[in-house]
Design a protein around this ligand. Sequence first.
Ligand SMILES: *[C@@H]1O[C@H](CO)[C@@H](O)[C@H](O)[C@H]1NC(C)=O
Ligand SMILES: *[C@@H]1O[C@H](CO)[C@@H](O)[C@H](O)[C@H]1NC(C)=O
Ligand SMILES: *[C@@H]1O[C@H](CO)[C@@H](O)[C@H](O)[C@H]1NC(C)=O
Length: 732
Amino acid sequence: MRFSTAALVLATATSSASADSWSSPCTATANSGLPFCDSSLSMDDRVADLLSRLSKEDKITKGDSLLSNDGKAIDHLSMPQYQWWSEALHGVANSPGVDFDGEVTAATSFPQPLHSSQSFNRTLFAALGTAISTEARAMNSVGQSGLTYWTPNLNIFRDPRWGRGQETPGEDPFLTSEYVEAYVPALEHEEGTDFLKISACCKHYAAYSLEAYDDVDRHSFSANVTDVDFADTYLPAFQACAAEDRAAASSMMCSYNAINGVPSCANGDILKKKAREEWGFDGYITSDCGAVDDVYSPHDYSPTPSETIRDVLEATMDSDCGGFITAHMEDAVNDGTVSMDLVDSALTNLLKVQFRLGMFEAEQPFADITVDSIDTDEHRQLALEASRQGMTLLKNDGVLPLQKGVSVGLLGPHAQSTEDLQGNYYGVAPFIVSPEAGLKEYGDVTTEQGCEINSDDKSGFDAAVKVIAGVDVVVLAIGINQSIEAEGLDRYSISLPGVQKDMIEAVLAEADAQKKQVVMVYVGGGASCLGLYSGDDRVSAIVAAGYSGQSGGTALAEALYGDYSPAGRLTHTYHRGDYVDETDFLDMNMRADDRSKGRTYRFYRGDAVVYEFGSGFGYASFGYEAQNLDANGLSVDIEIKNEGNVDSDHTILAFVKSQDETVVLNPVKSLKAFQRFAGIKAGGSQVATFQFQKEDFGAFGENGEFVQGKGAWTVQFDKGDGDVVDVVFDLD
Ligand SMILES: *[C@@H]1O[C@H](CO)[C@@H](O)[C@H](O)[C@H]1NC(C)=O
Ligand SMILES: *[C@@H]1O[C@H](CO)[C@@H](O)[C@H](O)[C@H]1NC(C)=O
Ligand SMILES: *[C@@H]1O[C@H](CO)[C@@H](O)[C@H](O)[C@H]1NC(C)=O
């Protein structure tokens, strides 16, 4: 296994850089009256004017570069240095552009996207974007953060081993696209102004879903991707994010990996042809941090540093997160490899986004967003709400909801987790409610962790087992954390790590002997194998609690005690442990081949599934009835009736599948629509109206071309508890 020296060096280099406050060059008297400060001119004209005032030295001097994330101060134009690299995956997060040492000491820490995605709630995705960009603007107003945020992560969670699947909305391209079309505009725009509130970034473009495995890592890996997988798995969410007629984000990030031998950052086919020319993407492209170094080595793509810079700029990458361009640009221009036109074109893209953010206005836009907008009651409530809406119930023999007043034995390594509930890419939270603290609001809790997340120490087992005799019910908080799945860290096994399985067995045996029921709570991003427990009667309930953010413990306890009926549905498949033996992680093919049985619910053709994408139910039960079927007009209403005794939210998923199973390029089924309903009353009902398009019934062919379906196609309306209602449309 190889470590990335580039990324390590960079991390040290940037960690000391703090966010300098930007003050608009157009507040300087010397610049007043200059065209680039004249807000009556078009932004293109202002950018061109500013560019014309930059000397060759300003643009390419060795050791300092406008084309790097660290930016550069241009003193003769009163332009401060600007740090492009700020993070806000699920709340403003620690990064070179962000610091929490100042007036602002904390920011709301929402759940990881993989958890929030389980809500299937577009309104929630947008509300999260609005809250996060408000806090981001507010931190910027006091110089504690930048305005360019490298969020969201849109790569498809194609395999549970990937350490960064936790950052994504899951394994389905349609859901990921819907997520991004709600989330990104809410990050970037506010009604009533054309200025960008903050700049969001579609990352990591493209086909990035491997950290380090066997003898490759993300810096050296070349993802072999077929045209058909590009068309229906790896590209759709990026198109939704970047295209001018979709979310039209102002930035993209090219990934570390190569694609079919060409490193993403030097890949003109995906950056220039696909994103800019075909989709009309109009923004700046940054490299992932150290990815330009990677183009040179280990990808060994461009023979010299000068040619490396030419190749990435010709591919239309604009900014190097890292030090490569800073170190080599001057030579690359002086030796004639890189033209000043290429430099100017990148600078234009960068400056334009800064102008759109209002960084060259004499008066700062969004001045009404002050630090009072951070960690507000509304944002606390939203964090709690997102955590609730993502809670996903996978098994329940009736033990849940718990009776108020029962005493709980809380066992397992996540019993007292706080920071672990933030996942990765997090900031300083104002508070974090652990599972223990959440449950204590409801009654007596006796806690024993029993073991660590990942260790061979069984010395805590006895104490954990002893708790069982004295309590009414056992809650087992097990799972993984960033020591198991993380940036830079993929898993070789998806079994529960360390001695957790032994601890669980000891607890289940004792609970069985004592006739105590056990509720299992899985904390983690990527799925672990729960196959030993799904069919085990000694486990009464299983909750997928994700990385649920600052109010995770509260939302969990409320769900267990039935203050609300959980309605989350899995956005990635929980496989059995032996999945990793039958599927080669390095194989990027989504469809089954001689190295794998296929990936994700759309293409997997094996039987190592414990809980599929879309699984999840609550304390009510729902009946579906198809009405008003218009087979030619491709529309149908589904009446959703709450046949249970409690009010409950409910999400209906609509999967399309062809009855022609011999069409090998077809997915097994594909999500084409979903709707979430809030608080359907016990005994009450709601009607979900579905209008499909002809293109919903089709598949992609070998060359990535769309093939219109014919004949009978089924839409499967899925309740999440294993029950479905099928409706057939005839396309002829
Ligand atoms: C993960 O769990 C281990 C073992 O319980 C713990 O030592 C570590 O601090 C946790 N968090 C991270 C980020 O590793
Ligand atoms: C990608 O394709 C190349 C060329 O066919 C091959 O040498 C390489 O082993 C493949 N890589 C993976 C990870 O399958
Ligand atoms: C979606 O989330 C928003 C924001 O939390 C909430 O107000 C709304 O009720 C949710 N909608 C559904 C259908 O659950």
